[in-house]
Design a binder for this molecule. Structure first.
Ligand code: ATP
Ligand code: MG
Length: 636
């Protein structure tokens, strides 16, 4: 019997129980049957949770890129590996076959070696969503260099911090990038960043915008001429299972970003397995994830997971609003996309616009639609299900983190019955537990607690680069023996999980424990509300009270604000209880978000508290201007 594919609910439970009772057999079999190894492992897993010391497939030798590309060549050489959809719809899409991808990655790998990059070296990749980004990532992995992809929207100082944090010796960038109607001067940003990065000696520059850029003699080189000269014959590095694969910084929603280190074999096995099951992947599918490769979602589910399965994956350079709000739907029709994976922030921003943008598109090719990154509120879930999935496509609400490497809690489409706002059940191999304030495990259902995982899974991050102590403290010390996610969750009567928000954001009002997600969910049900964020602020009597920041849809903006406040509080009262009513409601035109599109509640909390002194690390903030607007309109 194979465990690689979950066919029905009965099988899900069977596989799940096997994965808990005999994790070594379960993962050992999946690893053995679905990948190419130079040498098999001695032990499937060894761990010491107290020390945050976890190893999978120790003793095995493997190269993840051989598994992503080379082994598919015989059967899938002419199959499209990557569809590149440019920012400008007038520009032709590119189809890159597995054979072509192999050639490009081998050449790039040779260029990196010729430029002195060796196994274990860190390479910073700061590129827009163009094929060169995928090629650069895979070339690093092929030669055992550790890639650190930095989202090409970060400022010079944010890039510099990330380059220095992990001592990158090389940067791969481009002259510039296109995003909607903007052109971004990436090379200029790198030049500025590198004035603070003495360790970087080489910069390889791809061409995208053909804008004039400054090339520093002896440091900067155009990539294309080097590739033209390079051989397409490349011998991949033989990697140990636990050799580092990449470093990736978290989104920075809650504080200073952490450089999570992921290693080779476990990450490979888990991302391949979860891609196959969470997206119900089949051979002729065309899969599209709209995330940027600069986030973990892009690493695991644009590149590694799909390519490990020999899939066709779309790389989209643009944004959902350019040239207009139907761009996503046009791309789905154009490439006959079967699986579509995006974030609640994108769904909410599109749902806010006229329904005409989506309604003209039948979207019949779609089979599964997914969401990741934040809790998806019920209204957005329903809109997605109705208008994008046509009520035919299971919505997979996938909960996971940069630290987890792969999807942890999610419906398996056509297997797990879905439920709006619920990530539903843990995938095989994942053992979630809810912990109470006294740090005891909560056994019963229909309760809220701190979400922990009590057994290691193959793709868990192994450390924070250069700071194992911080890794131990952040994830393994609050609940000894367990991995602490930092998120709160509710477990319903059948064992489904609903993520209620960050534990740090939980607000205790008159002794009641309130998560942010369920309250925001209730607020967003109001037909005039587009998006909302709530935080707590100190209150003399209740201990804490609730402050809501609310963005209205266009038709709501003309309404009487006092009436709206009343209606919103009534909704909350009806759905959650009077205890959760908002003391203050401020209507805003936007919310502070990370560059990956998540609401930064910590800034809103500071404003609600009236403390404008220290907003913490704001380098990952997308829209600093909104902070001033919100401060100016604060309700006293
Ligand atoms: P930082 O750790 O730097 O504060 P971050 O937690 O936003 O940033 P990521 O690793 O990108 O960085 O995000 C993981 C977090 O996103 C999860 O811990 C959770 O809070 C939230 N999240 C992701 N997917 C979901 C989901 N499907 N439902 C609810 N929340 C989700
Ligand atoms: Mg986090």
């Amino acid at each position: 019997m194979s465990y690689y594919k979950i066919a029905n609910l009965e099988q899900y439970f069977k596989h799940y129980h096997k994965s808990v009772r005999e994790p070594r057999k379960f993962w050992g079999k999946i690893a053995e049957e679905n990948f190419t190894w130079y040498q098999m492992w001695e032990k499937v897993v060894e761990f010491n949770m107290a020390e945050a010391d976890i190893k999978w497939f120790t003793g095995a030798k493997v190269n993840i890129v051989k598994n992503c590309i080379d082994r598919h060549l015989a059967r899938r050489g002419n199959k499209t590996a990557i569809i590149f959809e440019p920012n400008n719809p007038e520009e032709e899409a590119q189809h890159i076959t597995y054979t072509q991808l192999h050639e490009r990655v081998c050449k790039m790998a040779n260029v990196l070696r010729e430029q002195g990059v060796q196994k274990g070296d860190r390479v910073c990749i700061y590129l827009p969503m163009i094929p060169e980004l995928a090629v650069a990532v895979l070339a690093c992995a092929r030669i055992g260099a550790i890639h650190s992809v930095v989202f090409a929207g970060f400022s010079a100082s944010a890039v510099a911090t990330r380059i220095n944090d992990c001592d990158c010796k090389m940067v791969i960038t481009s002259d510039g990038g296109f995003r909607g109607n903007k052109t971004i001067d990436l090379k200029g940003i790198i030049d500025e960043a590198l004035t603070h990065c003495p360790g970087v000696h080489k910069v390889l520059v791809a061409k995208r915008t053909n804008e004039q850029v400054n090339m520093v003699y002896g440091r900067d080189m155009w990539l294309q001429p080097l590739l033209d000269e390079a051989s397409d014959n490349n011998v991949a590095e033989i990697m140990d299972a636990e050799d580092p694969l990449f470093i990736l910084y978290t989104s920075g929603s809650t504080g200073k970003p952490k450089g999570m280190l992921h290693t080779t074999a476990g990450y490979m096995v888990y991302t391949a397995y979860t891609f196959k099951n969470v997206f119900n992947y089949e051979e002729n599918d065309v899969y599209w994830c709209t995330a940027d490769i600069g986030w973990i979602t892009g690493h695991s589910y644009i590149l590694y997971g799909p390519l490990l399965n020999g899939a066709t994956t779309v790389i989209f350079e643009g944004v959902p609003s350019y040239p207009d709000f139907s761009r996503f739907w046009e791309v789905i029709e154009k490439h006959q996309v079967t699986q579509f994976y995006t974030a609640p922030t994108a769904i909410r921003s599109l749902a806010k616009e006229s329904i005409d943008y989506v309604q003209g598109f039948p979207l019949k090719s779609l089979k599964v639609i997914g969401s990741v990154g934040e809790p998806i509120n019920e209204e957005a879930w329903n809109w997605y299900n109705d208008h994008v999935g046509g009520k035919r496509c299971p919505v997979v609400d996938t909960w996971w983190q940069t630290e987890t490497g792969g999807i942890m809690i999610s419906p398996v489409p056509f297997v797990t019955p879905t439920k709006p706002t619920y990530a539903t059940l843990p995938l095989p191999g994942i053992q979630p537990v809810l912990m109470d304030e006294k740090r005891n495990e909560i056994e019963e259902n229909q309760v809220v607690g701190s979400l922990c995982i009590k057994f290691p899974w193959p793709s868990i991050a192994r450390t924070i680069w250069g700071d194992h102590q911080r890794y131990k403290e952040t994830y393994f010390s609050t609940f000894p023996g367990k991995y602490f996610t930092g998120d709160g969750a509710l477990r319903d009567e059948v064992g489904y999980y609903r993520i209620t928000g960050r534990v740090d954001d939980v607000i205790i009002v008159s002794g009641h424990n309130l998560g942010t997600a369920p309250i925001e969910d209730a607020i967003n049900e109001h037909q005039a509300v587009a998006e909302s964020a709530i935080v707590g602020f100190p209150h003399d009597i209740k201990g804490n009270a609730l402050y809501g920041y609310i963005i209205l849809k266009e038709h709501g903006e003309t309404r009487n604000q006092e009436n709206l406040r009343g209606e919103i509080n009534k909704l909350i009262s009806d759905q959650i209880g009077p205890i959760a009513k908002l003391d203050k409601i401020q209507f805003v035109s936007g919310l502070p978000k990370t560059r990956s599109g998540k609401i930064m509640r910590r800034i809103l909390r500071k404003i609600a508290e009236g403390d404008y002194s220290n907003f913490g690390d704001t380098t990952t903030l997308l829209n600093p201007e909104i902070v001033e607007e919100i401060k100016a309109g604060k309700i006293e």
